[in-house]
Design a protein around this ligand. Structure first.
Ligand code: TYD
Length: 143
């Protein structure tokens, strides 16, 4: 399998509006408008140690959009054939991740907050937590 910086199908940036104001900026996201799915769940990561590694799984059906609401972190994505990575640091720009993408997150800045908007409620049965099982599922040849 080759490592690639080429765009992966199913990964794209979603830009949100910004209402700029000297009192502070405001950004909003509307289900059915800015996202390609209906919003079923929102969760967020905070108090993340700077040396933490999160993710390390893929989803069978779940679609997500990931934001750095504060600070920054790295998102590594892998469809089984190509790998790419993104730095999230702009709260106006979300990273859309489709189903069947292995993702790993690290390099969190101090105080970073990661918000995830998801297409389904939490379901452990939707996860691939084993990389080899994921690779088999996407038909990838690891030789
Ligand atoms: P996990 O998805 O593995 O976290 P990350 O990808 O950020 O490293 O979830 C960590 C734990 O939290 C796991 O025990 C499942 C639980 N969890 C929920 O109960 N509900 C949720 O919406 C999420 C995302 C996780």
């Amino acid at each position: 399998m080759e490592t690639s910086r080429k765009p992966i199908d199913g990964i794209r940036t979603i830009g949100l509006p910004q209402i700029h104001d000297p009192r502070g900026d405001l950004t909003f996201v509307e289900g059915g408008n800015h996202l390609p799915f209906d919003i079923a769940r929102v969760y967020y990561l905070y108090n993340v140690p700077v040396d933490a590694e999160r993710g390390g799984h893929a989803h069978k059906e779940l679609e997500q959009v990931v934001f750095a609401l504060s600070g920054s972190f790295r998102m590594k994505v892998d469809d089984g054939h190509k790998k790419s990575e993104y730095w999230l640091r702009d709260p106006r720009k979300g990273l859309y991740i489709s189903r069947m993408i292995w993702r790993e997150m690290d390099r969190f800045s101090q105080g970073a907050v990661c918000m995830v908007i998801a297409s389904h409620r939490y379901d452990e049965n939707d996860y691939y937590r084993d990389y080899d099982t994921f690779m088999t599922a996407v038909g990838a040849n690891r030789q």
